[in-house]
Design a protein. Structure first.
Length: 90
């Protein structure tokens, strides 16, 4: 795994991104003597964070479904409304 400092990234970002694409190995980014970040390919990101993305997408779908659900009319249950429409006795 290669380590580069923040200054080199600032000056040579294109070169570093090419290296990342070529080697497919994560690149550690340091500032001073401390590792502050890691560069990974989009494919590696998807592989490692697919569960997070799936949970996020699931929550979006659930929110959409809840937003589309019809609100009850007059506080009556749907079964009671259907019985009334069909003419069944109460």
């Amino acid at each position: 795994m290669k380590t580069v400092n923040a200054l080199k990234i600032r000056n040579n970002l294109g070169e570093i991104l090419d290296l990342l694409e070529k080697t497919k190995e994560p690149i550690l980014v340091s500032k001073g003597r401390e590792i502050r970040a890691v560069l990974i390919t989009p494919e590696q990101f998807q592989d490692r964070f697919i569960d997070y993305q799936a949970r996020e997408r699931k929550q979006q779908l659930l929110d959409t479904i809840k937003g589309l659900q019809a609100k009850s009319v007059g506080g009556r249950k749907s079964i009671d409304v259907l019985r009334e429409i069909r003419g069944y006795p109460k």
